[in-house]
Design a protein around this ligand. Sequence first.
Ligand SMILES: C[S@@+](CC[C@H](N)C(=O)[O-])C[C@H]1O[C@@H](n2cnc3c(N)ncnc32)[C@H](O)[C@@H]1O
Length: 276
Amino acid sequence: MQARELFEKNKNIIQKNQFEELIMHIKKISSKTFLYDIFLSKTEIKKFNKYLNKIKKDYPLEYITKKKYFFENDFFVNKKVLIPRPESELLVEELLKYDLIKKIIIDICCGSGCIGISIKLKNKNADLFLSDISKQCLKVTKKNLKRFNIEAKVYKEDFLNVIFKNNLTPDFLVINPPYIEIDDKNIGTSTLKHEPSLALFADQLGYKFYNILFADLDRLFLINKNLVIICEFGFNQKEQLELNFEKYRVKYKIEFNKDYSGHWRYFKITNKETYD
Ligand SMILES: C[S@@+](CC[C@H](N)C(=O)[O-])C[C@H]1O[C@@H](n2cnc3c(N)ncnc32)[C@H](O)[C@@H]1O
């Protein structure tokens, strides 16, 4: 059957771009040119129908095609890692504003490694460390390091322990931690059903990792008084974060930034002494 015919048959179930991605995946091709003229064998149509059934059950296309485009590159993903989100590209952009030559960058809660690796791809002279608590995630991180021929040290550690336990001396911390409240009702069905909950949810109404980070600021800035911390958060968390940060304002500066949709999305913490 021709791809065109297959699309006509299923166009009420699958979006055009999803269909194209699936066909490219099945046929192992990387271009959409003449895609609708391609013929699919019986086995390929069977495969297509199997994937279509998954998509009907909200299974993310990215876990089928095993890739997600993030900051100029296709990253390998599987169901053990969060599918990188476009808003996290802002963390990369923010870090790229700095001179990173010979600087130590730690991507904490690295998941697929998309943030740290994207930074290193633009700054081959920076020293990259990646850390996550999930062994399964780190397998994906390592696969991406290999894919992009990037050198980095990888650790399996609980959040900031990667620094304290291994005596690391970071210049930059970039963090996209889990930050969704455990019984949040607004989370999308596909995410809830299929993405790893370890990557999504955090205790203390979603603020657990920010609370730990704030409480450890003295320890972190003692290691490097010029440290820059860049961290993603949920679009509705700014107000509470400001309250939680209140007592640290004496010594440290926090700047909040929006994403391209106009939602508050990430903050930057620096030492007041160094930058004021
Ligand atoms: C929101 S995802 C971010 C993944 C990736 N950085 C990205 O932006 O696509 C959060 C990640 O934190 C990891 N994680 C959860 N709890 C952790 C902990 N206590 N210490 C370190 N990493 C943790 C999860 O395994 C997951 O990969």
